[in-house]
Design a protein around this ligand. Sequence first.
Ligand SMILES: Nc1nc2c(ncn2[C@@H]2O[C@H](COP(=O)(O)OP(=O)(O)OP(=O)(O)O)[C@@H](O)[C@H]2O)c(=O)[nH]1
Ligand SMILES: [Mg+2]
Length: 234
Amino acid sequence: MHDVNIKENIYAENDHIAHHTNHDLTHKAAFALNVMGSPGAGKTTALENIIKRLKAYEPVVIEGDIESDIDAVRFRSQGVKAYQINTFGACHLDAPMVRNAVQNIDFVKPGENAEGKILKGSVIFIENVGNLVCPAEFSIGEHANLLISSAAEGSDKPYKYPLAFEKAEIILLTKTDLIPYLEFDEEYFISGIRHLNKTAKIIKTSVKTGEGFDEAAALIEEFAGEAIGGHHHD
Ligand SMILES: Nc1nc2c(ncn2[C@@H]2O[C@H](COP(=O)(O)OP(=O)(O)OP(=O)(O)O)[C@@H](O)[C@H]2O)c(=O)[nH]1
Ligand SMILES: [Mg+2]
């Protein structure tokens, strides 16, 4: 009983902070995506390909890793604003870590002109620690959850790691170019998701063919418009 209460308190405190972060970001016209998936699922690669295709939002990346700044450096070398959070052991980001990072970011104001583009605001891609379990349990202030699941991980993942699939608004099935070399049952994968989540958008992607990234970028911009359009202060 005592242990249960401690766990409930941790979630309540975390959610309280996440709620404030979300509110602040909405007012700054910054749409936050919690990007989750196993180590090596293709999170960073997918984000690089989506960011190239964003039309009306400035991309900002927050990288969550146990150690290293490899992914943040990768984005900075491409001219993308990127911030690194190291958890030093923890298997997920939490709301205080993200709040801390977000407070140091200068977001563009809607309408501001960057290289001739009229921007509606920012999209913050928060790449969580590579892990299909813990990140799904903690809100971090996101407006939506983007789950990355690669064909190489197998088609049974929605059945074995349900929470991440249940919470996602957008699911990318990455590395579809590898399907000819794998035992991947797409119908089984999709029906596993649909048992948990009737509404998530599922998009198949591959960096080898470029499949799916135009659609993913457009969808994220549409979500951003719905979440922050009309709510921000000028
Ligand atoms: N064939 C193929 N390989 C891919 C694709 N997307 C990513 N990869 C490869 O998968 C590996 C992992 O990709 P990352 O984008 O670094 O994965 P990640 O999920 O960000 O990894 P962590 O941040 O370490 O959890 C790299 O070798 C990529 O080149 C794809 O669509 N097709
Ligand atoms: Mg990565």
